[in-house]
Write a protein that binds this ligand. Structure first.
Ligand code: ADP
Length: 426
């Protein structure tokens, strides 16, 4: 074949010049010259057979020989090399052959170069994608490991804190018992009450830490029994009388359709979840604000909304706050006051609340126009709770069957909800 013979004529000079141009250092040049010789040979085979895939092995070898640094730079490094090879080929052809022969050879090799460009581009893109995917996978793995260490740390710290805490609680109780009941104003008793308050707050934080580690390890179990939202809200409202009075805030519980609906749920956990939301509403609303609990029935669900007139939450943060330690703001300004204005806690309340609601098959989300401590756009937390007429587990179903048979659908304990508003200081 004429083209192949013509190529044979330029072969030694082609290998010598291209390797000199592209490789620095004697030893590198030698090994590169061998690769170029193979490339040249494959190019001839491709021309003879009309099949450019003869070039694949050499091209793929070049693509795969790229270093990590080259991959990190994410730039195509083979295209410039192929560019130089093509330019040199063109130069050598016009120097060594007459113009007709040179044109014929060029016509035969050009499609092979287009093929080589395309193939190396594809390989390089794939290598980049693989490299980036591997980096992402490594990052995900490190994050998972970090999250696991964080979770392990919380679990260990919580359990380690529990024992000394129980001791302090016990000794404080023993000290308190030493004081006769008529001597309630004794200065020492006031000191003991201070210790009591501190340990109670610490107990709440430790309990939250334990809950979060149980959530992380899928150990948070719900114990289903009949629950009435009305009953839960009434109990929480009682618990919050003092904080509301202290912060001069108004809690309004609207008697919405569904407030008296019976559903199977874990009453203690639901109580905890709703109390977290109401405590947050108090914490993140300035003195004198209004907190409104409303809701509605949707098909198969009851929706409870807790709206406040507080500082609100930025759109970007509205998902993050449900993550562990998703507390916002400056940690240095952190105060663990339970109801103090903006007195952020450890940032565990909302993840636990979300975990509890989701363990009931429900959902929770927040709506707010943004964060503004002056305008106070407020925030509304929505809780969607499935209405279950049967507990999900068989054992609980057996226990509560008589209740269902008796057609008991109204709360056993049903204190009327004050409407339109309940004022904390009343
Ligand atoms: P914390 O212990 O910090 O209160 P939470 O998990 O209960 O932790 O809440 C996480 C963060 O979400 C809080 O630090 C606060 O920035 C924000 N947040 C929660 N509830 C409200 C609310 N009602 N209004 C404004 N911000 C809120």
């Amino acid at each position: 074949m004429r083209i192949v013979e013509l190529l044979d004529q330029i072969r030694p000079i082609w290998i010598e010049r291209v390797s000199r141009q592209l490789a620095r250092g004697e030893s590198v040049r030698e090994s590169f010259a061998e690769q170029l010789a193979e490339y040249f040979e494959m190019m001839q085979q491709a021309i003879i057979t009309g099949d450019p895939s003869w070039l694949n092995k050499v091209l793929d070898g070049w693509a795969e020989a790229r270093t990590e640094t080259e991959l990190e730079k994410q730039e195509a490094s083979l295209s410039p090399i192929l560019d130089k090879i093509l330019t040199s080929t063109h130069e050598i052809l016009s120097e060594s052959l007459d113009s007709r022969d040179a044109l014929d050879v060029l016509g035969a090799v050009l499609p092979l170069y287009s093929y080589a460009f395309e193939r190396t581009n594809q390989r390089e893109t794939k290598l980049h994608v693989d490299h980036v995917s591997k980096e992402l996978e490594d990052a995900r793995f490190s994050l998972e490991r970090l999250d696991k260490s964080k979770s392990d740390f919380i679990a260990v710290a919580a359990h380690e804190l529990k024992t000394p805490l129980t001791l302090i609680e016990g000794y404080a109780a023993m000290l308190r018992d030493q004081f006769p009941t008529h001597n309630q104003d004794s200065p020492t008793l006031l000191l003991i009450k201070g210790v009591d308050n501190g340990t109670r707050r610490l107990r709440e934080i430790v309990d939250d830490m334990i809950d979060v580690s149980m959530l992380d390890n899928n150990l948070l179990r719900m114990s289903f029994q009949p629950v009435w939202v009305n009953q839960l809200l009434t109990m929480i409202r009682r618990e919050l009388v003092d904080p509301l009075r202290e912060r001069k805030q108004t809690l309004k519980i609207v008697e919405f359709e569904g407030i008296n609906e019976m559903t199977f749920g874990d009453s203690e956990r639901l109580y905890q979840a709703l109390r977290n939301l109401l405590t947050n509403a108090i914490k993140y609303t300035p003195d004198g604000g209004l907190i409104t609990v409303d809701g509605r029935i949707l098909s198969g669900f009851v929706e409870i909304s807790i709206a406040d007139t507080g500082i609100g939450i930025n759109l970007d943060d509205q998902e993050r706050i449900f993550e562990k330690f998703g507390r916002l703001g400056n940690v240095a300004l952190h105060s663990s006051g339970k109801i103090k204005f903006k007195g952020g806690g450890p940032g565990l309340g909302l993840p636990i609340t979300k975990g509890i609601i989701e363990a009931h098959g429900g959902a929770i989300w927040v709506e707010s126009d943004g964060y503004d401590e002056v305008q106070c756009p407020g925030a509304t937390f929505h809780v969607l709770l499935p209405i279950r007429k049967e507990p999900p587990d068989q054992r609980a179903a057996e226990i509560f069957r008589p209740l269902a048979d008796a057609g008991l659908t109204t709360p056993i304990f049903n204190e009327p909800v004050e409407n339109p508003a309940f004022r904390g200081e009343d």
